[in-house]
Write a protein that binds this ligand. Structure first.
Ligand code: NDP
Length: 294
């Protein structure tokens, strides 16, 4: 048996097209264009690429993109002043501060300063609390993407045994909460979990968010399980030439694909979903702020 490959790129594209259609409709019927402000501090090359992609896809979806590029020496006070302006700006529905921030700035202070109604990254403690309470919240984008990918192959998640490996505030914990809200039975595993292979083998849906290249082996996967690999790890790739690298996930893909029912590849699985879910959160924030949805 060979697992069905979950094509995150195609699913993300379809989600973006759906969002663009809703944005066009909103523009036509209510003369409303959602806006996303993205803040980049410093010139980390990877962050610049992420921010450029976010801005491009925001515009492609028909929304407004406001880019704020600040020098690496920006102080916490200066960044807080910008957040305050963006919180008050009626044109701005979503605020995203690209992480990591330079060391003179405390990321928690910045996240906590963002208006929770505009916190499209879903990292504000208010949104984390609402998610925990099972109330409508802006949830973090990568976990939202994971749930969409699970749904694409298993629309009915209720009752499923889920194992999430990893308990970060960015991925593991929110994905566990989102799947619990779908009525799955969720186990959250981490570095102190006993018999991790045995725990993983229980999973109908296995989510790996560890940050350890190919740690989860094929014989940890239950036959027919849905495997969502969040990990993005750059490793040497000597077969492509000296000094060359490649991206791998937290799951040993070739082994797991022989056992699983469906699996996300790396790259091309969870990664593309993150920005699509950011756009979805921006649209939701624009609607909720105006009382247009629950
Ligand atoms: P963190 O480093 O914040 O968290 C890793 C988690 O894995 C921790 O909870 C840790 O446990 C657990 N862990 C570490 N080692 C082991 C082990 N040997 N056995 C079991 N559990 C272990 O990482 P993130 O959650 O931020 O990211 C996880 C991965 O997802 C990374 O590869 C990252 O690059 C990727 N990622 C991908 C995104 C995407 O868009 N596709 C977005 C965000 C992240 P403990 O708490 O006990 O230390």
């Amino acid at each position: 048996m060979s697992a069905r490959v979950i094509d995150g790129k195609a699913i993300a594209e379809a989600l973006r097209a759906k969002i663009a259609a809703r944005v066009a409709d909103l523009k036509g019927r209510r003369n409303l264009t959602p806006g996303l402000a993205v803040v980049l501090v410093g010139d980390d090359p990877a962050s610049r690429v992420y921010v450029a992609n976010k801005a491009r896809q925001t515009i492609e979806a028909g929304m407004r993109s406001f880019e704020h590029k600040l020098p690496a020496a920006t102080t916490e006070k200066e960044l807080l002043a910008l957040i305050e302006r963006l919180n008050a700006d009626r044109e701005v529905d979503g605020i995203l501060v690209q992480l990591p921030l330079p060391r003179q700035i405390d990321p928690n202070r910045i996240i906590e300063a963002i208006d929770p109604a505009k916190d499209v990254d879903g990292l504000h403690p208010m949104n984390a609390g609402l998610l925990l309470a099972g109330a409508p919240a802006l949830a973090p984008c990568t976990p939202l993407g994971c749930v969409e990918l699970v749904r694409s192959v298993r629309p009915d998640i209720a009752g499923a045994e889920v194992v999430v490996v990893g308990r970060s505030i960015l991925v593991g914990k929110p994905v566990a909460q989102l799947l619990l809200a779908e009525n799955a039975t969720v186990t959250v595993a981490h570095s102190r979990t006993r018999d991790l292979p045995g725990v993983c083998r229980r999973a109908d849906i296995l989510v790996a968010a560890v940050g350890k290249p190919e740690m989860i082996r094929g014989d940890w996967v239950k036959s027919g399980a849905v495997v969502i690999d969040v990990g993005i790890n750059r490793v040497p790739n000597p077969s492509a030439g000296e000094g060359r690298t490649k991206l791998v996930g937290d799951v040993a893909y070739a082994e797991a694909a022989k056992v699983a029912g469906a699996i996300t590849p790396v790259p091309g699985g969870v990664g593309p979903m993150t920005i699509a879910c950011l756009l979805s959160n921006t649209l939701d924030a624009a609607l909720r702020r105006r009382g247009l949805v629950g």
